[in-house]
Design a protein. Structure first.
Length: 654
């Protein structure tokens, strides 16, 4: 083993076969999954070709499936013509027009439902409003909205007229919003007066005004949806209320038939290091990948109530709120507010109230809820849940087990999914009626996806105790097409490392003796301790296996002897220990982690905190933690933190 390889030091051997009752009714049987995998392996392009013809409604059918003449700028179904909104809405009207499409739950408790027919009418009216304001195919429209149905209506309306939308997460600051508006040269911003979050009104229109104050010259119009009723400034000639924009608009809008490679949307990465990257996704390939993965991974049935808790400002909200489930004709839930408002039972209350059958959320949310104990979810009737999902980062085994036993009552399969903004849709996941699951593993690639783990020279790694780079060896329809306005950056970020042979995810992983994939964290989060390269996820999982620990985040600190040492930020179940109690628990945790993983993984530093620094989407800001551990100046944009005040505590000052 060279010192460039990553060691796998966590050994998780528990395995859970699909519950018999679930498997008996599952959408995909073992034989069907094997047939799909065999077809994809024999003829990968032919596999995607057949599915694209069967699953999507085309205005003009494509003749060429994959154009690799300018690889790695791949093009799929490029001579075909279609419309994404038509595929999400119109195709369902004849048979399921009166089926609920969106069930909305506002944080204050207001709720309403839109059927597919009603949603189509609202999308058409708003699409006509956009056209009336001069928006044309190819124009970029920035959407900066709370989690209300109008956000989906705005996205679908853009798709309907061929405009390219760029959704900006409502927690981003005015400066972050400004950068994205400018990079996309957006002609319009769609926003709201505000939204509800944690019992408070979050100002959105004010942030738009600030973003446009000294820039945003490309923006001609701002449409404002009235959600909170808080007074906002309206600039004459530029700003108009949503209600005024749609007044008198026809409830039918002929779709703009666009090429399969037409940019459906741009989605910017956080930009914590340098200029934000505008990830560009196509129309047909993206829609095909999100629809199929929704059906396969979530075992969608006609009577399901599907709740993906992600905000539409992130790719998970694009793929598994706005596009994938709607293309599959599912009923989705949208919740506006915070998971802990008015208390930590809000998620479970909504599941009970709305009869949620499929629940898809992030490990960070689960660990926060787990910290509150088992009694809270026990107050709610979760008997309609039949499938659970995890997304956003590797889920540690103890959180997985809690999810399985406390929430799923050991009867709901868990689909632990691996994918990225760049991949567009789920790449690896259990197929719930077939795959035996292991806590913390995303198991296998879904049919049509060719993943591998390679060393620094690009050679496939076969040793189950050795990790390396996670790569994808064949193009797939849902992949990003480029970085908006910067194709050179696309090539260097995702392809150059191995001479354009593989898509490089930026994650590290290993495969176990059964071939299951285990993600070890981002490549830039790998710690090098005394010559050993260790993944953060395994160390964090060992911490959380301790009965007093609810959540932890591990980063490196420079060490004059070891090179780097392990610095752990720990959130305990119950109250945060201080003084001698903190010292005793820290010593106990060091020994515990050493016993679980070996002495090399013992942390040098442990700091206890009430919470970890998370964005409103639940992402832990690890670069911020690294700066704190190393006593460096904080250069991160912390405006998206759920609780900015936690920074001083993490510094050890409170």
């Amino acid at each position: 083993m060279t010192d460039t390889n990553i060691e796998s030091i966590l050994h998780e051997n528990r395995s859970f076969p699909p519950p018999q009752d679930f498997a008996a009714k599952a959408r995909i049987t073992p034989a069907e999954l094997a047939a799909l995998a065999t077809e994809a392996q024999r003829d990968n392009v032919g596999f995607w070709t057949r599915l694209a013809r069967e699953e999507l409604s085309w205005h003009t059918k494509f003749k060429q499936a994959l154009d690799d003449s300018q690889a790695p700028n791949y093009r799929w179904f490029a001579d075909g013509i279609l419309n994404a909104s038509y595929n999400c809405l119109d195709v369902h009207l004849a048979a399921n027009g009166d089926k609920p499409a969106i069930i909305f739950e506002g944080e204050p408790g207001d709720s309403h439902t839109l059927t597919y027919r009603q949603l189509t009418v609202e999308v058409c009216r708003f699409a006509n409003a956009l056209k009336a304001q001069g928006i044309e195919p190819g124009d970029r429209v920035v959407i900066y909205m709370p989690m209300v149905p109008e956000a989906i209506i705005a996205m679908q309306a853009c798709a309907r007229i061929g405009a390219t939308h760029s959704v900006v997460f409502g927690g981003f600051s005015a400066n972050s919003l400004r950068d994205r508006i400018n990079d996309a040269s957006a002609r319009m911003v769609i926003t709201a007066d505000g939204g509800w979050r944690g019992g408070k009104s979050v100002e959105l229109k004010a942030a738009v005004d600030a973003a446009l104050a000294d820039s945003g010259r490309s923006v001609e119009k701002v449409i404002v949806f009235k959600r909170t009723g808080e007074p906002v400034a309206m600039r004459e000639g530029r700003d108009l209320w949503w209600s005024d924009a749609v007044k008198g608009q026809r409830d039918r809008c002929e779709p703009a038939w666009v090429g399969a490679e037409h940019p459906l949307f741009l989605l910017y990465t956080s930009g914590s290091t340098g200029k934000p990257k505008g990830i560009q996704h196509s129309t047909a390939g993206y829609l095909l990948s999100t629809k199929l993965s929704s059906q396969w991974v979530f075992d969608l049935r006609d009577d399901d109530v599907f709740w993906c808790t992600a905000d539409i400002g992130w790719v998970t909200g694009h793929s598994y709120v706005c596009y994938g489930p709607l293309a599959a004709g599912a009923t989705i839930v949208m919740y506006e507010g915070a998971p802990m408002y008015p208390d930590g039972g809000r998620f479970w209350k909504i599941c009970e109230k709305l009869g949620v059958t499929i629940f898809y959320t992030a490990p960070t949310a689960l660990r926060a809820l787990m910290k509150l104990g088992n009694e809270l979810p026990a107050k709610y009737d979760l008997s309609k849940l039949r499938l659970l999902g995890s997304v956003g980062e590797p889920i540690n085994p103890e959180a997985w087990i809690w999810y399985h036993t406390v929430i799923g009552k050991q009867r709901c399969p868990i689909v632990d999914t691996w994918w990225q903004t760049e991949t567009g849709a789920i790449m690896a996941s259990p197929i719930p009626g077939v795959t035996a699951t292991k806590p913390g593993s995303c198991t296998n690639p879904i049919p049509g996806i060719d993943m591998a783990i390679v060393d620094d020279e690009g050679h496939v790694i076969s040793n189950p105790d050795q990790g390396g780079w996670l790569v994808v060896r064949k193009p797939w329809p849902g992949m990003l097409r480029t970085i908006w306005g910067d194709n050179a950056r696309y090539l260097s970020n995702y392809w150059a490392r191995f001479g354009n042979r593989y898509y490089v995810a930026g994650d590290t992983a290993h495969q176990d003796q059964d071939g299951y994939f285990w993600c070890l964290g981002r490549a830039d989060d790998v710690l090098k301790v005394s010559g050993h390269r260790l993944g953060t996820m395994e160390i964090e999982s060992a911490f959380v296996a301790h009965p007093h620990v609810a959540e932890t985040a591990v980063v490196s600190r420079l060490h004059e002897i070891k090179g780097e040492s392990i610095f752990a930020f720990v959130v305990c179940r119950g109250t945060r220990p201080t003084g001698a109690d903190a010292d005793r628990l820290a010593a106990e945790l060091r020994e515990f982690v050493g016993k679980e993983l070996g002495a090399i993984a013992k942390p040098d530093d442990i700091r206890f905190a009430d919470n970890l620094p998370k964005t409103r989407s639940g992402k832990i800001m690890r670069r911020l933690l690294r700066a704190i551990a190393r006593d460096e100046e904080i250069t991160e944009d912390i405006s998206t933190l759920e609780n900015p005040a936690i920074v001083e505590q993490l510094r050890g000052r409170t």
